[in-house]
Design a protein around this ligand. Structure first.
Ligand SMILES: [Zn+2]
Ligand SMILES: [Zn+2]
Length: 294
């Protein structure tokens, strides 16, 4: 199936892919395969993916003039024994719950309250589905949610952090933008089809963002599944590299893709999943020191 798609698309895939061809390729491949696998295969030789060692926060004190960002994600309500290193900013890139129950949200908020970080920024993931106002009735029915609170009421329970949903916040001069959307995957929360629907969300991201948080990774950077597929978002990669160019991108979602990488523009990509593929909450936080803004 994949080979057939690849050979069919060969004429439009060149070293110097035009924007129209890229769009057609992205759309066709993602709709047919449900992943960006073949797309990445066709463009990966044009990109650098360098593995980077995160800061060892236990061993290295924050240098003078730096802002320490501590990234976690995908804790899935398994926070009882979780120890997170201190820093200026704690980022959680979504999937803090299992199915968005009120109990999970309250538990997560209490966990956040115990953390020492001066600033805490959180987005939702596909598992935090009761926060998805766009599709709440259908999701509640599909996942048999018992809580009756509205998404707005549940979000209001997150009192110990700044919750971002397609929104920007400025923290100590850093422009931080967060968005929960991921390419369609069995109809969980904040799912959108690849191509135009999800691209419309990435189009909302302003320029000059320093730290971009999305629940899912872009294709090629922290998105390889245990099956060897690249499940990230091709449209997100294009938005990041051609326009937004943040210093740091933080995601989770593909638990087995956890780690820190850097591209040819010097952009860092942290897949900060805390849980492994088997939902063991043992992966270390990814710590990055950024030069202070002011
Ligand atoms: Zn997850
Ligand atoms: Zn997820």
């Amino acid at each position: 199936m994949l080979n057939a798609i690849r050979s069919k698309l060969k004429p439009v895939v060149t070293n110097n892919i035009s924007s129209a061809a890229t769009t057609a390729t992205r759309h066709e491949l993602s709709t047919a395969t449900g992943s960006a696998d073949a797309y990445w295969e066709s463009v990966k030789h044009t990109h650098t993916v360098e593995t980077v060692e995160p800061v060892d926060a236990a061993a290295v004190a924050k240098p003078e003039g730096f802002f320490r960002v501590v990234c976690i994600s995908d804790t899935h309500s398994l926070t009882d024994k979780l120890v997170v290193p201190d820093g200026d900013l704690l980022v959680h890139a979504g999937d803090f719950s299992n199915k968005g129950s009120k109990a999970d949200i309250v538990k997560f908020n209490e966990f956040l309250g115990r953390q020492p970080h001066k600033h805490k920024v959180v987005i939702a993931g596909n598992h935090d589905l009761t926060l998805d106002e766009s599709n709440i009735e259908e999701l509640r029915e599909q996942f048999r949610c018992k809580d009756t609170e509205t998404p707005a009421q549940l979000k209001a329970l997150l009192t110990n952090c700044i919750y971002l949903e397609d929104a920007l916040v400025e923290v100590e001069g850093f422009r931080i933008y967060g968005s929960p959307w991921t390419p369609y995957f069995f109809g969980w929360g904040f799912n959108l089809e690849r191509g135009a629907p999800i691209r419309a969300k990435w189009d909302l991201i302003p320029n000059n963002v320093d730290i971009l948080i999305t629940h899912g990774p872009p294709v090629g950077y922290g998105d390889r599944t245990t099956g060897g597929n690249y499940a990230g978002c091709a449209d997100l990669l294009e938005a990041i590299q051609s326009r937004i160019k943040p210093k740091l991108h933080v995601s989770g979602h593909i638990h087995e893709g956890a780690g820190l990488t850097r591209d040819e523009f010097g952009i860092l990509y942290a897949n900060a999943s805390t849980c492994t593929h088997r939902y063991q909450p043992v992966l270390p936080a990814i710590v990055v020191d950024l030069p202070k803004k002011n």
